[in-house]
Every structure is written in C-alpha cells, then in structure tokens.
Design a protein around this ligand. Sequence first.
Ligand code: DOR
Ligand code: ZN
Length: 343
Amino acid sequence: MTTEITITRPDDWHLHVRDGAALQAVVPHTAAQFGRAIIMPNLKPPVTTAAQALAYRDRIRAAVPAGMNFEPLMTLYLTDNLPADEIARARDAGVVACKLYPAGATTNSDAGVTDLRKTYKTLEAMQRAGLLLLVHGEVTSPDIDLFDREAVFIEQQLIPLRRDFPELKIVFEHITTREAAQYVRDADRFTGATVTAHHLLYNRNAIFTGGIRPHYYCLPVLKRETHRLALVEAATGGNPRFFLGTDSAPHPAHLKEHASGCAGCYTAHAALELYAEAFDAAGALDKLEGFASFHGADFYGLPRNSGTVTLRRESWNAPEQFAFGDAQLKPLRGGEPLLWRLA
Ligand code: DOR
Ligand code: ZN
C-alpha cells in the first residue's frame, strides 16, 4: 500500500476567496497547498474591469503569509455589456480568463449573462486575445429540473457556443454529470473541464443523510452515484482535458445553516488531501500528479510549477471551524477524519 506520494506543486484552477476579512481567513489555506489559483470574480459588485482585477490581485497577494509562494491568476466577470475593448486591457494586465455565469445560476450571478448573443463581440475579442472562457454550465430556466440543468446547458448553450467560437479555449467548470464528462472527452483540444474534490467523493445522498446537511450543498448540486463514478473515471483516467479545480466557496456558517442556505463547499483547508482520498479509492494515485499539477497548466498555456508537495497516508481531523471575519467557516469534513495529510 502506498503510504506517501510526492508530486509537482499543484494549482487550483477554480477558487473563490471573497474579499476583506474573509479573504484574509482563506488565502493562507490555498497558498499552503497550491502554486497558483484561478480566482473567481463573483464579488459584490463583480470584478468587471482590468483595473479592478489588478487591485483585487494586490489584496490577495497581501494576504499570502510571508515565505509562501502563491500567485493568484485573475479573471473578469462576463456580463451582457462587458465592453470588447476591455479585453485587450485585461490581457495586458495579466488577466487570463472571463467567467460566464448565466444570470441567476448561482451565488452573486445577478449581473451574469442573460443571453449569450449579447456577449459575442466580447467573446470574439477573447478568442483573438487568447483569453479563456470559464463556464458555469447550467441553464437557469425554472422549467428545467435542478438535476438536469447541466446536461441541458450542453445542448442549448455549449454546443452552439463551441460552433460559433471554434478556437476559444473553454473550461467547463466543476462538471457534475456523465453527460459533461462525455462531452469534454469527445470535444477538441480547445475544451477542458475542472472537477472538484467533493463531486469526486460524494453523491447527492450526502445532502440528505440523517437530515438536511447544508455543508454539502453547492452548485451545480451533487448528482446521483452513476454521475460521480463517471467523474472519477474522467479525472483519474489520465486524460489531459480534465484538471483540478476545487470550487472551494466559503460562506459564513450561519448563512449555510439557514432557511435559504448559500451554495458552496469549503475545501481549501484540505483540498489535496480530499483529492488524494478520491484518487486512492479509485486505485489511481499515480494519476494525481497529471490531474493536479500538469493538465491545467498545459491547457492554459502556462509553465508547470517547480517544487513538490508530499502527501502521507495519515488519519487526522481537520478543525470543525475556522474564524471567518466576525463569523465562522465550517469546512467540508471538519472535525471528521481525513485519510491523507500534506507533509
Ligand atoms: O456552490 C457554489 N458556490 N457554486 C458556485 O457556482 C458559486 C459558489 C460561490 O461563489 O459561493
Ligand atoms: Zn465556483
């Protein structure tokens, strides 16, 4: 039995760090594990200009503990009227991507896109400039069952988008279904996908075991076991189109344990440990390094990290909660045993 693995320092290709005191609380967790992270722009108000992205990057860098090397990679929030000429400024500022939130799909998506046609000039500019499009792939129509929203998005939105922008690099973020895994596997080299640790480890039963469990609620919501198995197969199969993106999404505990609880699982405190557990359960620890450290960098056209991290097979309990500004943050699996530990 493998008791220790050392991999090239990994990156997190999908992360929420919020702002202010919340940001101060969570950035050290990610910086301890990852070399870089793609920072989601769904602040209130959203990050929609190159100047805002640069200022946000400075605030994140200032929260990195001394002695840790961590680089935030910035994104802009696509809206119906993000001007096409902001794209060149964004590229010059080092922004690497824009995030598409269909309006109303998830946390802070009110300013999101109501009709993809309205963004076509901006998408053309992105395709020219080499910025990636990161997609929250769910339709928002109330007529569509919540559990079907990702599969329907592929048919209604993603296939036409792919056809109209054949050379735009698209990352289908936090995929949750067999349909999404198949779509990405069969697509061309301009399409990739991130997979979270929680979607590899849990199916939708986790939300309802012994009562409603809000800390397992995220969007896209956990799906049934057949989908989880398809995601495990995709992530552990060595295919370079699939890479690590935690979607770690911190919310104050009292707003998750609420009549209308917020969507988002916090996993940054033990992200690699959770992925190692999922890969180990699949007998695929040897595939973790590609997924965590190589595929994302290659897809983005960025250099791979130097340096390594080591994980040991060791049972330990993560804290039940962390201070989060004036509130508390309850991490996934907090207070319960984790099977791997970052050395
Ligand atoms: O569960 C989620 N939380 N899904 C998202 O798409 C957004 C995120 C957040 O910002 O809290
Ligand atoms: Zn997210």
